[in-house]
Ligand binder design. Structure first.
Ligand code: CUA
Length: 381
C-alpha cells in the first residue's frame, strides 16, 4: 500500500514538472532555442558551464561513493587507522590546479563573448555621428510599456519592435521612470534599462528561426519594476530585409493622422482627438510621448502588451486599465461612456500602416483638407 502511494506521489511530481518544463521548448520565447548569433553564443556558454558542472559533480559523486563503500568500518575492521594525508604535496597540487584549469576553460570564452557582444562601435561613424548604415533602435522602458525609436529613420513605435533578420540590430536602452530590463529570451539579453545613462548591445535574428516561430518573438521586462512587471511584455516582429524596409517606408509615409472612413470610426477619431491624443500620438514621429504611440495599432498582435488583439479586449482595456494592468499610468484619465469607448476602439483597430491593410494606406493619397484639419487638432505630445 505504502509503495503504491509513493509511486503516485512521484508520478504527480513528474507530471507537474512536465507541465512547467513544457514551456521551455517554445521557439518564440525559449533561451534553449536560440534564434540568432547572440542567443546561440550565450546558449553555448551555458552548455559549457553545465558540462563542466556535471563533470565536477560526477567526479565528486564517484569519489564519495567509493569512499563510502570501500571504507566502511565493517570492511576495514575496528582498529583501522587511515593514512594521514594532511599537507600532502601531490594531492594539494592536484586539487588546486584542477579547479584553476576548469575556471580558465570557463573564463576564456566567457570573457571573449562578453566583450564581443558588448561591441557596439559600429553604431557610430568615425566622426562620432550616428551610423546611418546600421539598424539602430532606441528603447525606452516605461511602467509598463515599451517605446521603440528608429533614430535613422525618425520613426517611433511602441509595444511591437520590428526588426530585419540576418543582420545586427543595435539597441540603446534607457528607462523613463524606474529600472527595467530588456529581454528577448530567444534572441539574447537581458540588459538593464537605467534611468541615468544608456546601455547598448546588439541582437541578431536568424531568418530561418524567425520563420519557425512565425516571425514573432516574445520580449519581456526582466527587472521587478512594480505591480504590473509580469505584464510588461512586448512582441518582436522579425521580417526579411525587404519587408522591414517596406514597413519603415509605410511608417514614414504616415505624416498626418488619416481620416477614419467608417462612421463609427470617424466618430471615435473625434472623441480620441478630444481626450486621448494628449498622451498618445497616432503618427509615427516624435519620441518621448507620455503614452504608447498608436500609429500602427491595428497591425499589432497584442493589446496592452499581453492581451489577444481584438476589439473586445481593447474595449475592456480602455474601460478599466487598472484592473488589467495595476499601477499603469493610463488609469482614470478620461470619462467616456460605453458607447464612446466602443467608437474609440473601432477607430484604433483601424489604424494600420502595413501594406494592403485598412484605413490609413487606403487614404494615403487622401485629400489634403482632412489631413490639415487633423494636424491642427493633434496637439503637443
Ligand atoms: Cu518593467 Cu519589470
Amino acid at each position: 500500500m505504502k509503495n503504491r502511494w509513493m509511486n503516485a506521489k512521484w508520478i504527480g511530481l513528474i507530471s507537474v514538472l512536465m507541465v512547467f518544463l513544457s514551456g521551455c521548448g517554445k521557439n518564440h520565447l525559449s533561451t534553449l532555442r536560440p534564434a540568432g548569433e547572440v542567443g546561440q553564443e550565450q546558449f553555448n556558454l551555458m552548455l559549457l558551464s553545465i558540462i563542466i558542472m556535471i563533470l565536477v559533480i560526477l567526479v565528486v559523486v564517484v569519489l564519495f561513493t567509493f569512499a563510502l563503500t570501500k571504507s566502511r568500518r565493517s570492511k576495514v575492521g575496528e582498529d583501522f587507522e587511515p593514512k594521514d594525508v594532511a599537507g600532502n604535496h601531490t594531492l594539494e597540487v592536484i586539487w588546486t590546479s584542477i579547479p584553476i584549469l576548469l575556471l580558465i576553460i570557463l573564463a576564456i570564452p566567457t570573457i571573449y563573448f562578453t566583450f564581443k557582444q558588448a561591441d557596439t562601435q559600429a553604431m557610430e561613424t568615425e566622426d562620432g555621428e550616428l551610423n546611418s548604415e546600421e539598424v539602430i533602435v532606441n528603447v525606452t522602458a516605461h511602467q509598463y510599456w515599451w517605446e521603440f525609436e528608429y533614430p535613422n529613420q525618425e520613426v517611433v513605435t511602441s509595444q511591437e519592435l520590428v526588426v530585419p533578420t540576418d543582420t545586427k540590430v543595435y539597441f540603446n536602452l534607457h528607462g523613463a521612470d524606474v529600472k527595467h530590463s530588456f529581454w528577448v529570451p530567444a534572441a539574447g539579453g537581458k540588459m538593464d534599462t537605467n534611468i541615468d545613462g544608456i546601455n547598448s548591445f546588439y541582437l541578431v535574428f536568424d531568418d530561418e528561426k524567425a520563420q519557425d516561430s512565425e516571425r514573432l518573438f516574445n520580449g519581456k521586462c526582466a527587472e521587478l519594476c512594480g505591480p504590473s512587471h509580469a505584464l510588461m511584455d512586448f512582441k518582436v516582429k522579425a521580417l526579411p530585409q525587404e519587408e522591414y524596409d517596406q514597413w519603415l517606408a509605410d511608417m514614414k509615409a504616415v505624416e498626418e493622422p488619416a481620416q477614419a472612413s467608417a462612421d463609427d470610426a470617424a466618430e471615435g477619431q473625434g472623441i480620441f482627438n478630444n481626450s486621448c491624443i494628449g498622451c498618445h500620438a497616432v503618427t509615427p514621429q516624435g519620441a518621448g510621448a507620455q503614452g504608447p504611440n498608436l500609429a500602427n495599432f491595428g497591425d499589432r498582435d497584442l493589446i496592452a502588451g499581453y492581451l489577444e488583439h481584438n476589439k473586445e479586449n481593447l474595449v475592456d482595456w480602455i474601460s478599466d486599465p487598472e484592473s488589467l494592468k495595476p499601477g499603469n499610468k493610463m488609469t482614470g484619465a478620461y470619462d467616456l461612456s460605453e458607447e464612446e469607448i466602443d467608437k474609440v476602439a473601432e477607430y484604433l483597430m483601424g489604424l494600420n500602416v502595413e501594406e494592403g491593410s485598412g484605413d490609413v494606406s487606403a487614404l494615403e493619397e487622401d485629400d489634403e483638407e482632412s489631413s490639415e484639419e487633423d494636424s491642427s487638432e493633434e496637439g503637443g505630445n
